[in-house]
Ligand binder design. Structure first.
Ligand code: FAD
Ligand code: SF4
Ligand code: SF4
Length: 423
């Protein structure tokens, strides 16, 4: 994946690590930086939120407990959706605009591997027209931050990074040491990631010709959308996905226990969860507002909507996750009922912002339960207070007195660290 304005430099090998999504830090000249950078060791979200946004999340402001600090939250679409984009292409268009305006000289992001379109390859993009090759979602992770050294060696002092939350956490933790003149961080939410190899197995369960699948998305209307090379499409209700045929370790422990779904340390988060069929923007700080302004009238925006109630769905998820005992949370229901519930969910289930809140709470529940089962000794350091506050209403134990100030203490059972949550 090297061409005019796009380069995929070689990296050192990754250093051996425990919980790790190979964000690239262990491949830097000083791999020990992982100790300061890794969200799987002892993340400090309040400190980094304050450093990046000027303040930590404020649970008294609507939705900040769930989505992190933000100034504006919007539904949005590019008026001219870009071909090959995952949604309408806001993410890559922002980076194009930064390069066009000369605000940055390089963008660090992922392109598809030329031999496997689902495999992410870290690339340095220096020309706006080369951003088109990066559109779309790949499943898996690759060492994005290993690009920091080749970027610095090439003299890039004003850069943009497009990253998923575990990459952005490490980037922010190291930002002060990078000596950059400007850093723009465009984040996407991320959940339920897995290795590209395992994802290929999932594709074989969805189609007899998995190599013809060109697009996959878990939409907010409880359907997975598939697109095929011949232009056809298919929508599968979540309840009818072949989850029971996946191995129980399909999702690695990293992705079952990471604690930042919405990329709270990005300047702007570009997702879809709260967008009700459109994209969903969280503009988090001044730099995020500058990014949004770059799009000018290329974009339409509106206020996000919300409908339904999430509590029942989150409780059901918690029970299924417990019953799965470390495996995949399967819903117990007869096959004949699945299409009916699948039809009902987009109509009566949580929608819009309530869907996004439900997903964030489910992810928090999942992180607590999976760590408790697999790595209980890591719970004290790895689970931040805001996650305890999110799970408290569902009866999961909280560790810290600060949870009260985050607004989630009503049902929290105060427990000593490194002990299992309530059962
Ligand atoms: C594994 C994964 C899970 C996601 N889960 C959710 C979710 O649950 N809820 C939600 O709202 N959004 C999620 N997203 C984000 C969502 O899929 C869209 O990417 C996002 O909404 C941007 O759409 P777009 O049209 O603006 O992106 P585009 O303009 O098409 O650009 C996509 C950008 O994402 C980068 N990218 C693609 N794959 C990867 C990867 N594997 N690792 C790092 N960067 C990558 C590309 O390089 C490109 O820069 C997820 C993304 C990934 C990669
Ligand atoms: S995820 Fe990144 S920071 Fe954490 S151990 Fe792996 S390479 Fe190091
Ligand atoms: S699910 Fe979490 S740990 Fe896994 S790739 Fe996404 S942000 Fe990283």
């Amino acid at each position: 994946m090297t061409g005019e304005g796009i380069a995929a430099p070689p990296f050192r090998d990754a250093a051996p690590r425990g919980l790790c999504t190979d964000c690239g830090v262990s491949r830097l000249q000083d791999p020990k930086l992982c100790g300061a950078a890794c969200q799987f060791i002892k993340p400090d979200y309040p400190r980094l939120e304050a450093a990046v946004h000027g303040r930590a999340r404020d649970a008294k402001r609507p939705d900040e407990l769930h989505f992190g600090p933000f100034r504006q939250m919007l539904r949005a679409s590019l008026k001219a959706p870009r071909p090959g984009a995952q949604w309408t292409g806001i993410t890559t268009r922002l980076a194009e605009k930064l390069l066009e305006a000369g605000a940055v000289t390089a963008v660090l992001t992922m392109a598809p591997d030329p031999d496997d379109k689902w495999k992410p390859v870290p690339v340095l993009v220096t020309k706006p027209e080369a951003m088109a090759a990066c559109r779309g979602m790949r499943m898996g992770y690759a060492p994005l931050l290993a690009l920091l050294e080749p970027a610095a060696a090439a003299g890039h002092k004003r850069i943009a990074v497009i990253g998923i939350p575990c990459q952005v956490y490490a980037l922010r933790a190291l930002e002060a040491r990078l000596g950059l003149e400007a850093l723009y961080v465009i984040g996407t939410p991320c959940s339920d990631n897995t290795t590209t190899e395992k994802f290929h197995h999932f594709l074989t369960l969805l189609s007899d010709a998995p190599e013809t699948i060109t697009y996959l998305e878990f939409r907010a209307d409880y359907h997975v959308e598939l697109r095929f090379a011949d232009g056809s499409t298919r929508e599968i209700p979540f309840l009818q996905l072949p989850i029971s045929q996946l191995p129980s370790d399909f999702f690695p422990l990293t992705c079952r226990s990471c604690v930042d779904y919405t990329n709270v340390l990005a300047d702007i988060t570009v997702g879809y969860m709260g967008g009700q069929g459109e994209q969903w923007l969280l503009v988090r700080n001044e730099r995020g507002e500058e990014l949004l302004r770059l799009l000018g009238d290329e974009i339409t925006t509106s206020a996000p909507g919300t409908a339904g109630k999430r509590a029942g769905a989150v409780k059901g998820f918690l029970e299924n996750t417990r019953r799965a005992a470390g495996g995949l949370p399967l819903r117990r229901m007869p096959d004949w009922l699945r299409p009916i519930i699948g039809w009902l969910m987009p109509r009566i289930g949580p929608r819009g912002l309530e869907f996004a809140r439900a997903r964030v709470e489910m992810k928090a529940v999942e992180s607590v339960l999976h760590l408790e089962r697999a790595e209980p000794a890591k719970m004290r350091n790895m689970i931040p207070d805001h996650v305890w506050a999110l799970v408290a209403p569902y009866g999961l134990g909280a560790f810290s007195s600060q949870v009260e100030s985050l607004g989630g203490s009503e049902n929290a059972t105060k427990k000593i660290p490194d002990q299992p949550s309530t059962r």
